[in-house]
Design a protein around this ligand. Sequence first.
Ligand code: GLP
Length: 241
Amino acid sequence: MNVTVVDDDMFATTAAAALLERLPSAAPTLGVATGGTPMRVYAELASRSRHGELDLSGATVLALDEYVGLDERDPRSYTAYVRSRVADPLGIPVANVHVPQGNGADPAAVAQAFEQRIAETGGVDVQIAGIGSNGHLAFNEPGSPLDSTTRVVDLSDQTRHDNARFFGGRVDDVPRRAITQGLATIGRARCILLLAAGRAKADALAAALRGPVDASVPASVLQQHSDVTVIADRAAWSRMA
Ligand code: GLP
């Protein structure tokens, strides 16, 4: 496992550099996480693209997860997030952007089809991942089987509370279910770039990287992967130092 601990102001450029170093130049498949942590990394990529320093227009993008019940036009959906923060700024056509459909009539069928879609793309070259304050990976909450695949899950109270900030601070507005790539699915990515920033992630990060590999800390599954790079700021790393 490769680890780089950086000052906050270097987080985005360091993560962007690590990503681009590992991404194949021809038709890469990029796995993207949502949430607050990667936003500035996507902004950094967008800025490089705008300045003609980067061309990812031939990439395929796969998201990790989506809330059940949100329409793709809902700005709080992960579909909207991935389009507005990743695909549009990088000039990636919508046809090459894959996010599970949140408002499908049969979420379990959507999940199954998404697992298939990932395989059809030939697999993820680099997966950007974050970590939840409870150790979740994508929306694989504590207790998720390490061999899980894409499926419908119930969100924990902690996760709904953490994500209420994207819903105007109203926990009740945060969907109760999501479709998420499973831990085994994520583990099939050829390379994983784990991003962690802020003190709220310190305990989860230490448990994931140093504790036993166990379903109670879903991100601990990353210890079993052969190519993981961690970019952490000093606050997130504070329980490891
Ligand atoms: C979210 C997402 C994850 C993300 C994590 C951390 O709920 N489903 O993919 O990595 O929780 O989010 P943040 O970066 O906002 O702390």
